[in-house]
Design a protein around this ligand. Structure first.
Ligand code: SF4
Ligand code: ZN
Ligand code: ZN
Length: 305
């Protein structure tokens, strides 16, 4: 790379970003194009959408979800029969979620996208803060994450969404694979992935950003002028995910491409298992959603609440 001053793709503009896992350097324009192209390729490879879909994009007000909304809105312009609605969940976390929702509101208005919100209070009778106090939760994220997913599906079904797009990125996906191993729940690896077909009355979920590293999403958001919340959730520090993230960042820094290898290994595992055990999906006895045990995590949590 010594002495190199111009982009590897176009050769015309100065270097803006060095992509270690591909060994290339890119200018601003080629960097942005590469992200959008990768998202389009992912959508088409995994057949995430149909041209007439009503897509529900889960937005939290963070950089990942607003970037996803921005890119999908751009792609949607080429599909006049498709429709996008932004979906937000208000967990009720004081000093954190209000700002995120305000950002989501102003950004969706700017893009001309409809925003619909659902709250934990309305759905479960308690805000996240109230649950943490009432149940003395030591690790609020495990409960919050499960209830968030359920709330999202509920909101999506209420407004007749065909697919839910979430902004999970490459780092999230690799962390989830490792977390499933740490939690002793390897079968859960088979039940996640870039697309999750709910089956029956359940809405299909897709992750168009699952091959984009978090760092590149931040850069894309910065280049595009996408506003996002930088404050962290007050409960985030207790999450095991933070330690796994720190560990993987360290490994990725020293060995570029590790995150891709983890995510692709999980993909291989899913493909092999779908050939060996085509009907592997178990369903929760109470709510019928896909689950690795007889009663799904959200039904277990809701029983306690
Ligand atoms: Fe919920 Fe944890 Fe995310 Fe906070 S960090 S919003 S508690 S999942
Ligand atoms: Zn270039
Ligand atoms: Zn259930």
């Amino acid at each position: 790379m010594t002495g190199k001053i111009n982009c590897d793709k176009c050769g015309r503009y100065p270097i803006f970003y060095r992509r270690p896992y591909e060994g290339i350097v890119l200018c601003r324009r080629c960097f942005k194009d590469s992200i959008e192209r990768k998202v389009r390729r992912t959508i088409s490879k995994y057949k995430m959408f149909s041209p007439t879909d009503h897509i529900g994009v889960a937005v939290s007000g963070g950089k990942d979800s607003l970037t996803l909304l921005y890119i999908l809105r751009k792609i949607e312009e080429g599909y006049p029969e498709a429709r996008i609605t932004a979906l937000a969940v208000d967990e009720g976390i004081k000093g954190y979620r209000e700002e995120a929702l305000r950002l989501a509101e102003s950004f969706t208005a700017k893009l001309g996208v409809n925003l619909r919100t659902i709250s934990f209070k309305e759905l479960y009778g308690k805000t996240m803060d109230e649950m943490v106090n009432a149940l003395g939760l030591r690790f609020p994220c495990s409960c919050c994450g499960v209830l968030r997913r359920k709330a999202l599906i509920e909101l999506a079904s209420r407004i007749g969404v065909d697919k839910i797009a979430t902004a999970h990125n490459l780092d999230d996906e690799a962390q989830t694979v490792i977390l499933n191993l740490i939690h002793g729940d390897p079968l859960r690896i088979l039940m996640t992935g870039p697309t999750l077909d709910g089956g029956g009355s359940f809405i299909k979920k897709v992750k168009p950003l699952f091959l984009i590293p978090e760092k590149e999403i931040s850069l894309y958001a910065y280049l595009t002028g996408i506003p996002f919340q930088s404050r962290s959730c007050p409960y985030a520090s207790t999450a095991l995910r933070n330690d796994v993230r720190a560990m993987l960042n360290l490994v990725e820094e020293k060995h570029p491409g590790t995150l891709y290898t983890i995510v692709h290994s999980a993909e291989k595992l899913r493909q092999a298992s779908s050939k060996l055990f085509p009907k592997r999906t178990m369903r929760c006895k109470l709510c019928g959603s896909p689950s690795t045990s007889e009663i799904c995590s959200s039904c277990k949590i809701l029983k306690d609440i």
